[in-house]
Design a protein around this ligand. Sequence first.
Ligand code: NAD
Length: 363
Amino acid sequence: MNAEILKANELKKVAPVFGQLSFDNHEQVVFCNDKDTGLKAIIGIHNTNLGPALGGTRMWNYESEYEALNDVLRLSRGMSFKSAITGLNLGGGKAVIIGDAKTQKTPALMRRFGEFVHSLSGKYITAEDVGMETEDMDIVSEVTPFVAGISEEKGGAGNPSPITAYGVFMGMKAAAKYKFGTDNLEGKKVLVQGIGHVGETLVKYVSEEGAEVIIADINQERLIEVSEKYGAKIFEGDHLYDLDVDIYAPCALGATLNDQTIPQLKAKVVAGAANNQLADELIHGELLKQKGIVYAPDFLINAGGIINVYAEIVKYDRAEIIKKTENIYNTTLEILTKAELEQMTTHQAALKIAKNRILAAKK
Ligand code: NAD
C-alpha cells in the first residue's frame, strides 16, 4: 500500500464521518439502530437552504458500513443539486437501510424506520429508492407525515418511477438532438443497464419511438419479462461497456462511469436514471468530454420523480408535473450548450447553476 492510501486510511479512523471522502459539509448525519427489528439505517441531510431535505430511502446489502455511509453522503448531496436545478424549494437528503430488501425488509422494520424519520420533525422527508416499494412508504406513513410516494389509496401519488423515466427520456432526446442533430431515436441503438422501476418504463418509451434496445440486468427473470414485453434484446457476454451502441442509459446503481469503463465506451451519448453515475465527478466528467461523449447530467435528467413527489406534498397537479418534467428537455439542451460555450464539463455546468441557487437562498 502506498503512503497516500495509508494516510487516507489513518484519517478515516480518526475522522470516519466528517473526514469521509464524500463528506461535503452535510448539515446532519443520523445513525439509526433498532435491536428488535434489526434496523440499521443512516439518514443524510446535506443542505436545507431551499427547504426540507427530500430524498428516497435505499435498501441495499452494503459490503461495509463505510460503503453505506459513502452512498448516503453522495446521494443526499446529489438531491440538493437535483432539487435546486429543477427549481423546487427543497433541500437534499437521502436515507440508506443496510440489508437485503428481499429477505430482511419487514413491516416492523419499516415502521421503526418511519419513527426515526419522524424524530427529525420534517427536516427530512422520505420516499422510494432502490429496494423500496409504494407499500413500504404506506407503512412509513402510519407513523409519520414526512413521507411521499405513498399509494393513491392512502392519498398519495404512487411510485414516482414512471415520471422519472419520462424525464430521463426527455433528457435523452435533448442529448441526442445535441449530438446527432435530431431528437428522433428511431433506429438508434440504446443500451439500458438496469431494468427496474425506472429502466423498464424507459425501455417502453425508447422502443415505442423505434429505437433498437439492448437490456442488461443481474435479474434474469426481469430480463426475460421486459424483453418479451417490448421486444428488447438481452445483452449476453462479458463486455457490456464496449458494446457498439449510440446511447448508454445507466439505470441501475451509480459510479458506472469510471477509469475502467469510459475508455471502453463506444456510445456517443450517456443519458440514464442512476444517481451518481460519475465515480469522480471532476475526473470522469472530463474524461467523457475528452472522448466527445455527450453526458446528460444524472441529477438534471432524473428529476421527474422528485417533481412528482414534491407535488404530492404541496399540490398535486398532473398537468403541471408533466409540463415541468418535459421542461427537462429544454434545460438539458441549455446545459449542454452552456458547457460547450464555457469550456467546462456538462456536469460542472449543471452544478454551477444548482450551487448558485442554493447559495442565493442562504443569502
Ligand atoms: P430498482 O431497484 O427498481 O431497479 C434497479 C435495477 O437495477 C434492478 O432491476 C436490479 O436488478 C438492477 N441492477 C442492480 N445492480 C445491477 C448491475 N450491477 N448491473 C445491471 N443491473 C443491475 O431501482 P429504480 O427505482 O428503477 O432506480 C434505478 C436508478 O435510478 C437508481 O440509481 C436510483 O437511485 C435512480 N433514480 C430512481 C428514481 C425513481 O423514481 N425510482 C428517481 C431518480 C433516480
